[in-house]
Design a protein around this ligand. Structure first.
Ligand code: F6P
Length: 786
């Protein structure tokens, strides 16, 4: 069946109307509603508009189709009726008499009663209407009807009434045309009925479908919520591999979880060769574009004026510096530190910055200037006469002075200001170093709430009872709990910290998750055993081990066959320097076979000499060395050689390589990197490490000879064992320790902390999502990823 002209027109205009309304509706929703209303409401409204548009279009098209079909039906019936009476009509049409006309009229009247025709008449060739039924519209003129040799049908509008008129030729039009006006009420009624049926059917179907969808959605949302809750609990507990829950999660969340899992796998993955490149790649992948700021008291490069003019650069004897420097060199950023060198001010730019390392700049050093009073109060006073002895439990009584505390707070504020000023983003990664800045994490958190603050405590954390001595313990704990992550060297120190927090502040401690929450902010408290770079740069350019031995012997005037023990560190009372001298004394007493055949070289860098206990230690050590040398020495042999000055890394490594053993006899130490450096220096796999059980390093370097530094006999025995240890045993022990330091190097240490920071940032993003802000997640992740 084909649609007639007016059918097409009606269909076209209905479709146009529907499309135009739909388009306008969508534009309105987009401009006026979309931006203001929550997404679900927008989707529902758009769905309703689209649904209504589709409904209107379908029902219009169906109505038109039915009407057209009905008209065709009407025309067909008319044609059939006419053909059946055609002979009779033609005969009567030939007869011009009034009787024939009356007969025609009667015939036509019969036809219209039962065949759904409205009116019938004849248009004579001269254009007059003959024998029209009484129902023929009076204003319908033959002139307005198209007539030809074949049947025609046309729409005509008279008195705002749409008529459908057909003209059938009689004797090829010679006798005129039978004109039939169709009764369209039937077609119209049929079409209206069809429209109503379609509307009702569609509405019922839509209700049924949306009911089913709603039920399905409810079930899905319930599952999704459960999955989300379980996942977040898993995240909190550090378990994310719960595939049964993930399947129900939206794609964005699954993606976030995948990345989270990737981070975990990277951290847990046993086999990662951590190098500057791996660290860079890991950061690039997990924290792309993240801004890194380091804060420490000690700067990595100190510029000093030298006698006779000129400036030299000193790398300080600091475990912190040797750990952080290779890391920031690898990932770039800004290091904020106290400018303590005599030529520091002369080497910075107008913003107090200098690009370092001097030979191949890769990051910025921002120097902070302190007055002498500030340095006395904050550095010598509170940090090194208060916190240092407090945390080290080395039997030097901590001193707490109100004025020192004021300076400590003031300098922490100054550094926090510098962090905020240096930060170019709202969420930098701030790596806070050590006990000099216990208050700074909270200060930075207040001003940069989105910052990821990773604080590392390089010294031990004592038990709660000991820490309770500090008059400002609550403030210190509060300051540290401004961090996102707080790191210690060992689990033991983490546990001491938890115990302290538990004892002194109102907080929530989650042992399983290893976190402490104060004032709604959660800080992860984790062990990150610090280490050194691998391979150590100081190893480059070193002579072979025998040549190092020869060089050291000649420098210190030692005879050819004299065996060497070394100790190398800052002249600090926590290092057990005096105690190891007592052990040398005991060794020579208990094993006189070493008289004249063994020398202990103690290289000690002067440090914190303004503090009485440090001066006293140095005096005591010098006096003790003299005493032991006097007791056992000869005119051409000294059992103890003291070298009190700064030794640069190359010299230190030469000493390590020359030694038969190295003593690390800390009375208490967070980690002690000297132990790891000694191991790293011995690429010949020889030499023995004598290591204090009170240094964090003894938890990792178990192949060293572990000693109690308080017991001279024990240490003397270990020295003797070291001097007599078979080469094969030395190699076996050294190989194990080297493998450990190589894999657990400083890049791994930094990598673990930074990847934990990345994990934390992602969890924040997931929690944002969980809080209902689904749309914000991709943006958030993108921002996190740069
Ligand atoms: O152990 C803490 C620490 O900061 C070390 O990282 C570093 O070896 C030492 O103290 C440096 O002390 P200072 O900077 O006071 O010379």
């Amino acid at each position: 069946m084909t649609l007639s002209n007016n059918g097409w027109n009606a269909a076209k205009s209905s479709a146009q109307l529907a499309v135009t309304s739909l388009w306008r509706g969508l534009a309105f929703v987009r401009d006026q509603v979309l931006a203001r209303v929550p997404r679900p409401a927008v989707f529902i409204a758009l769905g309703a508009i689209a649904g209504a548009g589709v409904l209107l279009t379908v029902s219009s098209l169906v109505g038109v189709a039915v009407e057209t079909w009905s008209r065709g039906d009407v025309q067909l019936r008319a044609r059939i009726v006419l053909l059946s009476a055609k002979g009779q009509i033609e005969e009567l049409a030939r007869d011009p008499s009034p009787e024939a006309a009356a007969e025609l009229q009667a015939l036509f009247a019969r036809l219209i009663t039962d065949e759904r025709l409205q009116a019938v008449g004849i248009c004579e060739p001269d254009g007059r209407m003959r024998a029209p039924t009484s129902t023929m519209p009076s204003r319908l003129l033959c002139a307005s009807i198209r007539r030809g040799k074949a049947e025609t049908t046309m729409p005509i509008r008279i008195d705002s009434q749409d008529l459908l008129v057909s003209a059938f030729p009689l004797a090829d039009g010679v006798l005129g045309h039978v004109v039939i006006v169709h009764d369209l009420t039937y077609a119209k009624a049929r079409s209206d009925k069809a429209r109503v049926y379609i509307l009702v059917a569609t509405v019922v179907a839509a209700l049924l479908v949306s009911g089913a969808v709603a039920v399905a959605m409810l079930v899905l949302v319930r599952n999704w919520r459960t999955a989300l809750r379980t996942t977040l609990e898993d995240l909190r507990a550090g378990r994310v591999d719960a595939p049964h829950t993930e399947a129900a999660l939206p794609a964005e969340l699954r993606e976030a979880l995948d990345q989270y899992d990737l981070v975990r796998r990277t951290i847990d993955g046993v086999h990662i060769d951590w190098t500057p490149e791996t660290l860079q790649r890991a950061l690039g992948a997990e924290l792309p574009g993240a801004e890194v700021l380091v804060v420490s008291n000690r700067e990595p490069y100190i510029h000093n004026h030298i006698e006779g003019g000129g400036i030299n650069v000193q790398i300080p004897a600091s475990g912190l510096v040797s750990a952080i420097e290779p890391v920031i060199r690898a990932c770039g950023g800004t290091w904020i530190a106290h400018g303590s060198g005599s030529a520091d001010r002369d080497t910075v730019d107008a913003a107090d910055r200098i690009a370092v390392p001097p030979d191949a700049p890769s990051y910025a050093l921002r120097r902070i200037w302190l007055t002498e009073e500030q340095q006395d109060g904050y550095y010598y006073g509170f940090s090194n006469e208060g916190m240092w002895p407090l945390c080290h439990i080395a039997f030097v009584r901590p001193a707490f002075r109100e004025s020192d505390w004021r300076y400590y707070r003031e300098v922490n504020e100054m550094f926090a200001d510098a962090v905020v000023r240096e930060a170019k983003t709202r969420d930098p990664i701030v790596l806070v170093q050590d006990y000099h800045f216990a208050l700074l994490p909270r200060m930075v958190r207040k001003r940069l709430p989105k910052a990821t603050i990773v604080t590392f405590w390089h010294i031990p954390w004592p038990n709660a009872e000991t820490f309770g001595i500090c008059p400002w313990k609550e403030e210190i704990i509060d300051g540290l709990l401004g961090s996102s992550i707080l790191g210690f060297h060992t689990d033991f120190h983490c546990n001491n910290f938890f115990e302290t927090v538990d004892r002194f502040v109102e907080s929530r401690i989650d042992r399983e998750r290893r976190s402490a929450t104060l004032g709604g902010h959660e800080t992860l408290v984790r062990p990150y055993p610090i280490s050194i770079e691998w391979p150590p740069s100081a190893l480059a350019g070193q002579k072979p081990v025998p040549a190092c031995g020869a060089a050291v012997r000649s420098r210190f005037g030692l005879g050819e066959g004299v065996r060497i023990g070394v100790g190398i560190e800052r002249f600090d009372y926590t290092k057990g320097i005096v105690d190891r001298m007592h052990a040398v004394d005991a060794l020579l007493q208990n094993h006189p076979e070493w008289l004249g055949r063994f020398t202990f070289i103690q290289a000690a860098a002067p440090t914190r000499s303004k503090i009485a206990s440090y001066r006293a230690l140095q005096d005591e050590a010098v006096a003790l060395a003299d005493e032991i040398n006097a007791r056992h020495g000869t005119p051409d042999w000294r059992p103890i050689v003291l070298s009190i000055r700064h030794h640069d890394p190359a010299e230190v490594f030469e000493l390590f390589r020359a030694a038969d053993f190295c003593v690390v006899s800390s009375l208490h130490d967070g980690m002690n990197l000297v132990a790891k450096e000694f191991v790293a220096a011995r690429d010949d796999e020889r030499g023995v490490l004598v290591l204090s059980t009170f240094a964090g390093a003894s938890r990792e370097l178990v192949e060293g000879l572990i000693v109690n530094p308080y017991y001279a006999y024990d240490m003397a025995d270990a020295m003797n064992r070291a001097l007599t240890m078979p080469v094969a045993e030395q190699e076996a022990r050294m190989r194990q320790m080297r493998a450990l330091v190589r894999t657990r190097n400083v890049y791994r240490w930094a990598g673990q902390m930074l990847l934990d920071a990345a994990q934390l940032r992602r969890r924040e993003a997931i929690e944002t999502l969980a809080a209902g802000n689904l749309a914000a997640l991709p943006r958030l992740l993108r921002r996190r990823m740069g």
